[in-house]
Design a protein around this ligand. Structure first.
Ligand code: KG4
Ligand code: ZN
Length: 348
């Protein structure tokens, strides 16, 4: 497969159209991004309506729908960007972490496309992509900065040292915060996707319910105690045939889940030299989380960057952005070869 020369890299500083592909879960997405920060198009085809009736993402069904959709989604991204395949300088693709069958659709498609166009292929870590969404919305953002990743699989505070290296400052000892949102949604019988529905219902609650659990560690995140306390509360009430307010349960869970994040993250960031915090991943779409971090960061003079909703959830533009900075930092080392495969549990 094609790699890059120093001359290519020099030219890419001025113009570099990357066609990016994302298919790690239940969104088929393709985007055209110029020089990592200028989004020419970002097409996202969500499978939410398909998976809704099963109460969650069915991996096999997701893979099949990616296969059916990917070619049209890519063509639409090119059309919306007003470019042709001949204008594309590189292809980028999410190769992990995610559902293996879903990832394989994107990776195989991207390998074939990059080969046929004779352009480099850049393989991107999905989580680094979520972080890169912030390069799109803040054109002056450059490492070092701090990133809080809150998604279905991650709850982690990272120090982003440069475009390819990061240091873990804090992570979860057990569940990810998004996973708990989804679990709480299920016990409250809210439909999939759970997070946004808990977010909406919490707005109708106003009584803080007393829940019995303790924080396992002040220096790391932990969500299984809070999750179990909510599950037990609902099970107890149901067993006894007692009425309870689902809105108050959602309100209590959300208040405590976000409080833990704010109380652990903000002091750590305030103590760093780079007083900048970016928040990313699906849960960063949460309205209460956005509000609470804004208030707490303002008090500590921390510059807070949170992407708009369409860049919080899975999309290919963020993959195109990360790919560009990886390519410019690593050059030929960033270019994938024929051995590229999807990796379901790719670490950060
Ligand atoms: O980043 P993402 O789209 O996929 C992963 O890489 O995990 O994140 C999905 C997670 C799910 O757990 C979903 O419930 C949660 O993000 N989520 C939300 C909201 N929107 C999505 N959680 C709370 N409030 C929201 N508004
Ligand atoms: Zn994601």
């Amino acid at each position: 497969m094609k790699t890059v020369s120093k001359r290519d890299l020099n030219a890419f500083k001025k113009k570099c159209y990357i066609l990016a592909i994302e298919s790690s879960c239940d969104e088929t997405s393709a985007a055209v991004v110029n020089c990592g920060r200028e989004v020419l198009s970002n097409v996202v085809l969500s499978q939410i309506d398909i998976h809704k009736k099963f109460g969650g993402v069915v991996p096999e069904v997701a893979s099949r729908n990616h296969i059916m959709a990917i070619n049209n989604v890519v063509n639409e991204a090119l059309e919306k960007a007003n470019v042709t395949k001949a204008d594309i300088d590189a292809v980028a693709v999410t190769y992990g972490a995610g559902l293996i069958g879903a990832l394989m659709v994107g990776v195989n498609y991207a390998k074939a496309l990059a080969t046929s166009l004779n352009v480099p292929l850049i393989a991107v870590n999905h989580i680094r992509g979520h972080i890169a969404a912030n390069y799109i919305i803040d054109k002056s953002l450059t490492p070092p900065f701090n990133a809080l990743v809150v998604s279905g699989g991650h709850t982690a505070l990272l120090e982003i040292k440069n475009y390819t290296k990061q240091k873990m400052i804090m992570s979860t000892l057990d569940d990810a915060v998004g996973e708990c949102y989804d679990k709480v949604a299920r016990v409250l019988k809210l439909s999939y996707p759970g997070g946004p529905n808990v977010d909406r219902l919490a707005k109708q609650g106003n009584n803080l319910i007393t829940l019995n659990y303790h924080d396992r560690d002040k220096n790391n995140f932990s969500y299984s105690g809070l999750k179990t306390a909510v599950v037990n509360f609902v099970a107890n009430k149901t067993d006894k045939g007692e009425e309870f307010s689902s809105a108050d349960v959602a309100y209590t869970f959300q208040t405590l889940a976000v409080k833990q994040l704010v109380e652990k993250v903000v002091p750590k960031v305030a103590a760093t030299r780079a007083k900048t915090l970016v928040i990313c991943g699906g849960v960063s779409a949460n309205s209460y989380l956005r509000e609470e971090f804004k208030n707490a960061c303002d008090k500590e003079n921390i510059k807070l960057i949170v992407p708009p909703l369409n860049l919080c959830t899975d999309n290919a533009a963020m993959i195109g952005s990360e790919a560009y900075f990886k390519l410019l930092s690593e050059g030929a080392k960033a270019c994938a070869d024929d051995n590229l495969v999807a990796v379901a549990n790719l670490p950060l």
